[in-house]
Design a protein around this ligand. Sequence first.
Ligand SMILES: NC(=O)c1ccc[n+]([C@@H]2O[C@H](COP(=O)([O-])OP(=O)(O)OC[C@H]3O[C@@H](n4cnc5c(N)ncnc54)[C@H](O)[C@@H]3O)[C@@H](O)[C@H]2O)c1
Length: 367
Amino acid sequence: MPNPSLLILPGDGIGPEVMAEVRKIIDWYGAKRDLAFDVSEDLVGGAAYDAHGTPLHDDTMARAQEVDAVLLGAVGGPKYDALDFSVKPERGLLRLRKEMDLFANLRPAQCFDALADFSSLKKDVVAGLDIMIVRELTSGIYFGEPRGIIEEGNERVGINTQRYTESEIDRVARAAFELARKRGGKLCSMEKANVMESGILWREVVTEVGKDYPDVALSHMYADAGAMQLCRWPKQFDVIVTDNLFGDLLSDAAAMLTGSLGMLPSASLGAPMENGRPKALYEPVHGSAPDIAGQGKANPIACILSFAMALRYSFDEGAEADRLEGAVETVLAQGLRTADLLGEEGAEPVSTSQMGDAIVDALNASL
Ligand SMILES: NC(=O)c1ccc[n+]([C@@H]2O[C@H](COP(=O)([O-])OP(=O)(O)OC[C@H]3O[C@@H](n4cnc5c(N)ncnc54)[C@H](O)[C@@H]3O)[C@@H](O)[C@H]2O)c1
């Protein structure tokens, strides 16, 4: 069996800094767990624009379609703000998501015990929190037609259209049921079936798909009530599935229950490839953080946890993903903090590379 293949796209700003720490982890798995990856690296975003005049070269796009998983750092930065929309760094990322047809965006909100005090909610509300939001990523109101700003009478009208086909709902619902089956066995579907036809169809299709998953407890909630429940008692949820717009809002809100942007991983998954693995892109939720780039201040944990998601969802290495998440938990319990994880009166922060080294040490100690 050939080694699984991984395309690494560090991108801009802190992207290359946090990715350098992920490379240490990947090397560790090759050396210590007999889990070697064929790793190739390429440019995306501003870095690709500087080299090729485009935020994603066609060769890079073709490579992304071939590999088992893509791991991306972050794109963008003030240097590129004045560029034409068509070549902005973010277009590189959007092209990857679109052409790989990554319809299921997985956004975990997990609270490490050592950081429970860091949340804006009370400690007992968030300690031990572990939920997964599955957001539909390639359809809905961000893509539906008609759209635009038109003249009507003597004023302008802004139009966007929420549109979902049955098959689009079916495939993201299945992805969410599969996840729930491997986790706590609970799935909550959120829409606004009380006021939107697309919500009525969403609820019907999810209910229908649920018949294939009798072992998963399915519930439905209006998305506005869901937002309230996420703040009130988030631990009632296991997996949440929702559309593109509500998922955008709910996943950001849920993620912040757990503290810093520097801690948040994500996965975007598409249809299975010939080898059975899903098309997959893993990336931290944060951007390129130009305010701290090049200073060794970035927290690499979001990117490292994105690799843990790759181990779990692309490579079926759940036990090794547990090991890596456990190593992160260990270093946090030891009190190690990058600057973003320190409160007002905080102790001395560790650097990006010190955090990466400490996680490797914790991996060694786990053997
Ligand atoms: N997926 C992506 O690549 C992505 C996502 C969001 C923003 N961006 C781009 O990134 C650039 C900066 O955007 P922004 O400032 O709005 O968002 P950002 O996520 O880059 O930064 C927001 C704040 O969080 C801090 N932060 C972010 N990640 C951190 C980490 N790992 N460790 C410590 N602190 C961290 C930053 O220092 C900053 O203060 C823009 O060009 C934007 O378009 C890219």
